[in-house]
Write a protein that binds this ligand. Sequence first.
Ligand code: GLA
Length: 380
Amino acid sequence: MALDLDRVVSSFQRTFGTLPTVVASAPGRVNLIGEHLDYNGGPVLPFAIERRTWIAAGAGTGYSLWSATLGGQPVRREPGPRRGGWTDYVLGVDRELRARHQAPEGARLAVVSDLPAGAGLSSSAALALAAAAALTALTGRRLDGDAAADAAYRAEHDYVGVRCGRMDQTVVAHATAGRALLLETDTGARREVPLGFRTWILPTGIDHSLADGGYNARRAECERALEICRRPLPALPALAGLEPEALSEVMAELPPPLDRRVRHVVTETARTRRAAAALDRGDLAEVGRLMVEGHESLRDDYQCSVAQADALVEAALQHGALGARLTGAGWGGSVIMLAPEAVGERAAAAACEHLARRFGPAPQPWSTGAAAGMRLDLMP
Ligand code: GLA
């Protein structure tokens, strides 16, 4: 489905009977590697994908929201407590902007998206960042990438109540086409890494919602593990700061399953740095190997995979992929696959057919390169 300015503008016009003054859009993301490290002070390596959420906006009183693709009947909301559902992300952003005196008095917003929700592709960050850009533009200002990422992060973390890290919002705000972003989550340092090839997204067909609890539970386990690690190592800033050489010693002190969680964090930190270096020199075979190791670590140590993702990874490798792994938080969502161009489409189709035979119908695979981040498509 090709989404463009015309579609979101006509969607706004049909709903509100007038033209919008602003259009903003923001992409989803995949994480190539570096999973569950952004709240453990480690490096992550995501990139923005070619599917986006678009918001057309005009001035209004209160918030009139309409979505063509996120489950939508027109909704009217006033600032106030969260209610559950997609409109909370917009209201959470509004609350942040209000605190900074950067919110319009109200707005009419039409949202269209070709980004599936619940697929582990950060549809929530795309929605929040597009909202941040559109609402600020209604006040005649422009929000810079850091401020927009911060408002979107606080909306999701503080208002919606998912104790996420900052990876998704940062890459959605700052991504450049043809590049992945190596983000050091302890310092916030960012470095662009070349990613000029296409990758495949293989949906598991299992919707996940971060508000469901598994994610927050893992985060709490990491916090407990950090406390225990700090007994012998009081200066340890975060779990990703553990040296690999110290791992076996530390693991002996940790009760299960905290030992496995820490092993994931420490080994994934090393893999992510190696993957960034491999991308720099164009060594895709090494990137693929690291992705597979990363998947095994999510499956066995972080224990956030699902049988459907394991089956997709295994089948993709059997059909010639260089690597494949669960991407995003887990408990469903999507697998990202890397394959030589000549076999990518066939390997993706074969892996998804295998999935369908074992578990029943699932969405089709699709490919994406690295896209650009949040932008204003129409300014007042
Ligand atoms: C979700 C969160 C991110 C990150 C990933 C796991 O996408 O929103 O902050 O923790 O899970 O890497």
